[in-house]
Design a protein around this ligand. Structure first.
Ligand SMILES: Cc1ncc(COP(=O)(O)O)c(C=O)c1O
Length: 476
């Protein structure tokens, strides 16, 4: 029984498909009966049906997807909504491709995810980097200051790209940033991959469109209970060309979208619409009680709290453990948690991020607290100062354009020969997937030493051609 089925057309179409008799001579080739070939393969694919010929007729006669997207646009107060099966990665690429022409400049937060950087390469846009402010007490990035945006605006960007919330749940002073950009008729786009729940409870931050932004991209599989890689792109038509966005979206999306992610976006929309306030209230309560329970065992503050930041500038559902306050290693704690069957979203030396969503129950949080407290006590040592993570502290030095570096002839050089060379790779400790160096930028001693330190501390170094960091891919 689904309570949402009547108010979610794609969910209804998905369920109806499996209730109807069918003998498909269409894709997908598994025909929902691959279990006849192998039980394991069948377990993976037999509940799959596509949009075309699954959730709708092959010719999309029923316009089921359009109806569901219109319902999402209405709920978020947008002129335009699209559902993606390619994650915020795809939605970011689609919107960035719709902004301008090669050579145009965009103001972009250095905390941007790599999907935004890859979108700039695809679109041939040039970044005007904006560095986040770092909070001296906690060492975390707290967003882009107005002065930093104004400096970038003086270079005449065609758009402003912000990552809000940041990976650790902090948020810029958005009304001021949006107003400054709009004063120059420059559109503001939020990559809100981690903020899909924003705007659905008075104690949560407002979502991008409520704050006057022109576009909001969010992953429905991150803070919301959607299918892996499901994402939502919402946009307003005042400063953005919606026809161009539509064209870029279709250019970069698969022509065979899977039905389950699409139906899940529709169902999550209906869930937020009917029970959003109630479920977000429960999540806020669960997180608050969990933090209180664990915190009561320790003298120093060990989580990030909304009270650490200006009002409304932190996602109160975010669970960020400041391991350095305990003098422990986040990577060691992660290992012990894994042995107890608990996986975390991110762990580095100083920080652990636990993803809490509407799907977690009070008893899940109790289980986590019961496992976590003895592990933290076991690893407790001498408090360390918060070392500002490498990702937040690099000042980029441009050698050549990102796009030129992307297409350049490249060579691998030993780490001892890399200093001063132009990186061809984007390299990012992951998560959070924030670039320490982007294609076209110079490998400085700070970057090389910092990457090595992060790696030695057990952090995964993503996207480098040689993830051992013994060699670097540089422009020839
Ligand atoms: C800020 C940000 N944007 C975009 C993405 C990409 O999202 P997806 O995995 O849905 O493609 C991520 C993924 O971690 C992210 O952190």
């Amino acid at each position: 029984m689904s309570d949402l089925r009547d108010s979610a057309p794609l969910l209804d179409a998905y369920l109806s498909y499996f209730e109807s008799a069918r003998t498909p001579f269409t894709i997908p080739g598994h025909k929902q009966k691959a279990s006849l070939l192998d039980a394991g393969l069948g377990a993976v694919v037999d509940s799959d049906t596509p949009l075309y010929g699954g959730l709708d007729e092959i010719k999309l006669t029923n316009q089921t997807l359009r109806k569901a997207e219109k319902l999402a646009a209405d709920l978020w107060g947008a002129d335009y909504a699209r559902f993606s099966t390619g994650g915020s990665t795809h939605a970011n690429q689609a919107i960035v491709l719709a902004l301008g022409a090669p050579g145009d400049k965009v103001a972009i937060s250095r905390t941007a995810h790599r999907s935004i950087l890859s979108a700039l390469v695809l679109a041939g846009l040039e970044p005007i980097w904006m560095s986040p402010e770092i909070d001296s007490a906690t060492g975390v990035p707290i967003g882009i200051a107005l002065a930093e945006l104004q400096k970038a605006l003086s270079e005449k960007p065609i758009a402003v790209l912000l990552t809000e919330p940041g990976y650790l749940g902090t948020i810029s002073d958005l009304p001021a940033l949006v107003a400054a950009a709009h004063a120059q008729s420059v559109p503001v786009i939020f990559d809100a991959a981690w903020g899909g729940h924003f705007g659905f409870h008075p104690d949560l931050p407002k979502h991008a469109l409520q704050l006057g932004a022109d576009a909001l991209i969010t992953s429905v599989h991150k803070a919301l209970p959607g299918y892996s890689a499901s994402a939502l792109l919402l946009a307003q038509g005042t400063y953005l060309n919606l026809n161009r966005i539509e064209q870029s979206f279709e250019t970069t999306h698969t022509t065979s979208p899977a039905g389950a992610p699409l139906a899940s976006i529709d169902a999550v929309r209906a869930l937020l619409q009917t029970r959003g306030v109630e479920l977000c209230a429960q999540l806020l309560k669960n997180v608050d009680e969990f933090k209180k329970t664990v915190q009561s065992e320790f003298a120093l503050p060990i989580f990030l709290y909304a009270s650490d930041f200006p009002a409304g500038r932190f996602d109160p559902t975010k669970v960020v453990l400041r391991v350095q306050q305990l003098g422990a290693s986040g990577v060691d704690i992660e290992r012990d948690l894994q042995a107890a069957g608990i996986r975390v979203e991110m762990a580095d030396r100083d920080t652990i991020v636990f993803l809490a969503t509407l799907a977690d129950t009070a008893s899940d949080f109790e289980k986590l607290a019961d496992a976590l407290i003895p592990i933290l006590k076991r690893h407790q040592g001498q408090r360390r100062e918060s070392a500002t993570a490498l990702s937040w502290s690099v000042t980029p030095q441009r050698g050549i354009s990102m796009r030129d570096a992307y297409f350049a002839k490249t060579v691998m050089v030993g780490a001892d020969k890399a200093q001063g060379r132009i990186s061809a790779d984007l390299i990012a400790p992951y998560p959070p997937g924030v670039a320490v160096v982007a294609p076209g930028e110079i490998l400085t001693p700070q970057i090389l030493e910092g990457l090595k330190t992060s790696k030695d501390a057990g952090v995964r170094i993503a996207y480098a051609t040689d993830s051992t960091l013994a060699t670097y891919r540089v422009v020839e």
